[in-house]
Design a protein around this ligand. Structure first.
Ligand code: ZN
Ligand code: ZN
Length: 277
């Protein structure tokens, strides 16, 4: 797994397009997609599935079964509402095959649905555009921020107002993390939370002309050229490109990005989540 961290966002990540996707956020005790269920996933009690493709969800029965064997509480699984029914059927069949029962807690998510994780933290489902029903997700954290009208006020004056007890702060929801799932580029324009997330994990399955934009779109994926064309929408501190096709080596991805991205400030914000093996 690749360890990614930015500020207090920590992610243990596997992100291989068509092979395995699983992002674990241990600080928040949640994960996005199961991949093939890496060992460290078993201790995480809540999973958000983007969609049912096997590179994202194959590990689900194993993960649930392992938690049951270890006498851990049944996990909460949030997934696109469209796949709750077939997933339930599959999990019931696995119970029959394995010869023991475990509680299945599948929760269907529509775009816009929210799950409260803690008092200050919740996860919102986002609309994604793939060949099968897919949801992206954003983690929103409630933070005390200076009210809009005081943003331009001098720092010393703000301190004075603060000491006086003036009402200059408000609670705001800050998207600290977002993940696209598998999607075409429309995901970005459709979701402000993704544009503004401090850390955005976004799929970038194809990067060169051998697999052009039209082909990426046909398969419900995003091409690097589209990411570059939409660069002004990325307001993120870190943009993590992930889900690269297995045809590309890490070295090749770095080479293509350096060649295609002229805007150094944009390039500096990009983290390439690609595996060597
Ligand atoms: Zn995928
Ligand atoms: Zn997919």
């Amino acid at each position: 797994m690749i360890e990614f961290h930015h500020k207090d966002i920590q992610v243990a990540a596997t992100g291989r397009g068509g092979i395995e996707t699983c992002y674990i956020l241990p600080n928040f005790q949640i994960a996005f997609d199961t991949g093939r269920s890496p060992d460290m996933l078993i201790d995480i009690p809540r999973i958000f599935l983007t969609h049912g493709h096997l590179d994202h969800a194959a590990g689900l029965p194993y993960y649930i079964s392992q938690r049951s064997l270890k006498h851990l509480p049944p996990p909460d699984i949030h997934c696109p509402i469209e796949i709750v029914e077939p997933m339930t059927q599959i999990l019931k069949l696995w119970q029959k095959i394995e010869g023991f029962e475990y509680e299945i807690r599948l929760h269907g998510m529509n775009p816009g649905d929210e799950i409260q994780l803690r008092k200050d933290l919740r996860v919102r489902a986002l609309a994604s555009h793939h060949r099968v029903p897919c949801r992206g997700y954003a983690v929103l954290r409630k933070s005390r921020k200076l009210k809009e009208e005081f943003l331009k006020v001098d720092g010393r004056e703000i301190k004075r107002m603060k000491d006086r007890g003036d009402d200059i702060f408000e609670d705001r929801d800050i998207p600290v993390f977002a993940f696209s799932g598998d999607t075409t580029i429309e995901f970005l324009a459709d979701n402000q939370a993704a544009q503004q997330a401090t850390v955005l994990f976004i799929e970038c399955t194809y990067i060169d002309d051998k697999r052009p934009v039209a082909r990426a779109r046909e398969w419900g994926h995003t091409h690097l050229d589209e990411i570059i064309a939409h660069k002004d929408l990325f307001r993120n501190e870190k943009i993590v490109l992930t889900h690269f096709s297995k045809r590309y080596t890490r070295r090749y991805i770095h080479h293509i990005l350096a060649k295609k991205i002229q805007d150094k400030e944009f390039l500096d914000r990009i983290f390439i989540l690609a595996h060597d093996d």
